[in-house]
Design a protein around this ligand. Structure first.
Ligand code: ZN
Length: 389
C-alpha cells in the first residue's frame, strides 16, 4: 500500500515502538520500528510518547474571558447559588469582547494542548465550521436560564437543533425549574423529535440529585437512548451513601448514561473508580475557563487528568492510567467519536508527549507537545499552526 506519510519512531504507552503510516488522514498501518520507511513523506517523532488526542467533553466557549480583560471573581452573597451565578454572568457578558473572539481564544488553547474532540455547551455554529479541520466540535443547545422558568425556551432548544446544534441540554430540573418531569418532557421531547443526544447539567446534590439521575436514566431506557445520554457534574453521586451509590451506578450502567466530572474545587464529585467498576462511562472536561463561575482552567485535558487523579487519591500506575483514560478513550466513547484511538483504521489524531509513559505524563503534564489531526500538524508547543481563515 502507498502511504501519504509515515511518522517514524513513535513510542506507545507500554513501550511498543512503531512507525505510524497514514493514508487519507487515517492510520493505515503500524509498521515495525526497524522496517524501512520509504515512498512517502516521513516525519521523525524521535521516540516521543504518542497518545491519542484528548477529548474535551464539557466546555463553555461563550462565557470565558480568556484573552480578554481579567475580571475578578465575584462570590455568591449567601453560598453557591446557580441563579445568582447566572445573573453575574449576564452582567459580565454585557461588557465582554465579542463571543466568537472569545470562543476562538479558548479553542486555540484547547487545540494547543492536544484536544482533538470537544463538546461545547453553546451553539457557536460559525466558529465550529471555521475549526472543522483542527478539532471535532459538538454543540449542545443548553438552557442556561432554565426551561420552564424562561418562557419560550422549549422552542429555542428546538430551533437550535434545527440550526445545527448536535445535542440538547438541560439544567437542574428540580432546583432550577422546580418540576423534574416537565423539564425532562421538554429535553427528551426535543431529543426524540430530532434524533439527537442529551447532556444534562445537574448540580443538585445528595438524594435529590440521585433521584433526578434515576429519572433521567428511566427516560433514557424508555426511549432506547442507551449510549446517547450524559449527565454533567452529577454532584449527588459524590455525597450519597455507598449503598445508594451502588444502586444508582447499576442503573446508570444499565441505561448507558455517561457521567462527566471535572473534579471541581471543594466539592464532592462522582467517585470515578466506583462508577467505572459498575460499568459506567466517566469522562471529563474543563467546564468553565476563566469566566463568571471561577477563574481557573487552562484548556489542558492532561492537566485535568492530574486534577482528577489528585482529587480521587490516585497514586498507583494503574489508577493514573484510569485518570488518563477518562480524558481520552472514555471521552471518545461518551461523545461517540468515530475512529478514535491508535489502531489501524483510526483517524490519525494524536499527540506527542515528553514522558516515559502515561502515568508519568499524568503527574508531570509535560509541555512541548505536537498535536496531529488527520495526520496534519495542528499545534506545536501550545500554539495552533496552519489555521486557515
Ligand atoms: Zn458546565
Amino acid at each position: 500500500m502507498a502511504f501519504d506519510k509515515i511518522f517514524l519512531n513513535a513510542r506507545f504507552d507500554g513501550g511498543a515502538r512503531h512507525h505510524i503510516a497514514v493514508k487519507d488522514g487515517r492510520i493505515a498501518a503500524l509498521l515495525p520500528a526497524d522496517a524501512p520507511a520509504s515512498g512517502a513523506e516521513t516525519i521523525d517523532l524521535g521516540n516521543a510518547l504518542v497518545v491519542p488526542g484528548f477529548v474535551e467533553g464539557h466546555i463553555h466557549l461563550d462565557t470565558s474571558f480568556y484573552g480578554d480583560a481579567w475580571r475578578p471573581h465575584k462570590p455568591c452573597t449567601d453560598g453557591f447559588n446557580v441563579h445568582e451565578r447566572v445573573a453575574f454572568q449576564a452582567e459580565n457578558m454585557a461588557e465582554a469582547a465579542p463571543m466568537d473572539v472569545r470562543a476562538r481564544n479558548q479553542l486555540d488553547l484547547c487545540i494547543g494542548h492536544g484536544s482533538v474532540g470537544l463538546k461545547s455547551l453553546e451553539t457557536i455554529l460559525r466558529v465550529r465550521e471555521e475549526y472543522k479541520s483542527l478539532i471535532d466540535i459538538q454543540l449542545v443547545a443548553f438552557p442556561q436560564s432554565g426551561i420552564l422558568t424562561s418562557p419560550g425556551t422549549p422552542q429555542l432548544l428546538d430551533e437550535a437543533i434545527g440550526l445545527g446544534a448536535n445535542l440538547v441540554g438541560g439544567l437542574d430540573p428540580a432546583s432550577f425549574d422546580r418540576d423534574v418531569e416537565k423539564h425532562l418532557d421538554v429535553v427528551f421531547g426535543v431529543a426524540s423529535k430530532h434524533g439527537v443526544d442529551v447532556d444534562i447539567h445537574l448540580h443538585d446534590m445528595g438524594t435529590l440529585g440521585a433521584f433526578e439521575i434515576e429519572q433521567i436514566a428511566a427516560r433514557t431506557r424508555a426511549l432506547g437512548m442507551e449510549g446517547h445520554v450524559a449527565i454533567s457534574h452529577a454532584y449527588g453521586l459524590g455525597d450519597i451513601t455507598a449503598d445508594q451509590l451502588k444502586g444508582v451506578a447499576d442503573i446508570l450502567a444499565r441505561s448507558g448514561v455517561a457521567i462527566m466530572t471535572n473534579a471541581p474545587g471543594a466539592r464532592n464529585f462522582p467517585p470515578i473508580l466506583a462508577l467505572r467498576g459498575a460499568g459506567v462511562t466517566v469522562f471529563s472536561g474543563n467546564d468553565n475557563i476563566r469566566d463568571s463561575w471561577w477563574p481557573y482552567g487552562d484548556g489542558d485535558m492532561l492537566r485535568r487528568a492530574t486534577t482528577l487523579g489528585y482529587r480521587s487519591g490516585f497514586n498507583v500506575d494503574e489508577e493514573l492510567r484510569i485518570a488518563f483514560d477518562v480524558v481520552t478513550s472514555s471521552g471518545a466513547k461518551a461523545l461517540r467519536l468515530e475512529g478514535y484511538g491508535l489502531h489501524v483504521g483510526a483517524k490519525a489524531d494524536f499527540v506527542t508527549l515528553n514522558a516515559e509513559h502515561v502515568p508519568e505524563a499524568v503527574v508531570a503534564v509535560p509541555q512541548g507537545r505536537a498535536v496531529y489531526k488527520a495526520g496534519m500538524l495542528v499545534a506545536l508547543d501550545g500554539r495552533v499552526v496552519g489555521k486557515q481563515r
